[in-house]
Write a protein that binds this ligand. Structure first.
Ligand SMILES: Cc1cc2nc3c(=O)[nH]c(=O)nc-3n(C[C@H](O)[C@H](O)[C@H](O)COP(=O)(O)O)c2cc1C
Length: 174
């Protein structure tokens, strides 16, 4: 599949079938996260898969009816102790690295015929407690994962994204 085709196929799915996700597909998606690039190759992440005894409790961390329909959740967490910090100003690159790994996973899922949705608007304290995270490991995104009920509109970017001319500049800004 052409890269832009795959990128357009990925969308935020907010309704999942109850059908289970095959172990091989889940492992494929986790592998896509594992091989992601990171600043100074620090790989400051952990991926926590929730699909059994913690599923109901995790659903209490983000109160949306649709969220409950996912059979699997991957919580992508950033380790602030491991992340690279820029020497000139100390900038912590955890969020950037975690975002790349998460994006790899959402695209891999789409390629496998599965769907995801980035969720960041969850209760962070509740989630950290549930997952037994030490304070230096931050839950950054939750990806519900499953077979979607709906289908993506692969032409939606025409209307739902800014135009190239609004965001690309050559040599300098404006
Ligand atoms: C960092 C980030 C956080 C997001 N958090 C949420 C969220 O908490 N809840 C939600 O329903 N969607 C969330 N989204 C999904 C966006 O709303 C969605 O990606 C955007 O509207 C574009 O739609 P698309 O993913 O279908 O192309 C988030 C997306 C990103 C990238």
């Amino acid at each position: 599949m052409d890269f832009l085709e795959l990128a357009k196929l990925r969308y935020s799915s907010r309704k999942y079938q109850s059908r289970q996700v095959e172990e091989e597909k889940l492992n494929y998606i986790l592998e896509a996260g594992r091989i992601a690039p990171s600043a100074n190759n620090a790989q400051p992440w952990v991926f926590i898969v929730v699909k059994d005894e913690n599923r109901d409790a995790l659903r209490q961390c983000y109160h949306r009816e649709w969220f409950n329909s996912a059979p699997v959740y991957i919580i992508i967490c950033g380790n602030h102790l491991q992340a690279w910090k820029r020497s000139s100003d100390g900038k912590d690159h955890t969020d950037i690295d975690v975002a790349i790994a998460t994006d790899h996973m959402t695209l891999a899922a789409a390629q496998q015929g599965l769907a995801t949705c980035w969720v960041c608007n969850f209760d962070k304290e509740k989630t950290s407690k549930l997952l037994n995270l030490p304070e230096y490991i931050e839950p950054i995104a939750i990806l519900p994962l499953g077979y979607p009920v709906d289908k993506p509109d692969v032409n939606r970017h025409e209307k739902k994204r800014k135009k190239i001319s609004d965001i690309v500049f050559y040599e300098r800004y404006k």
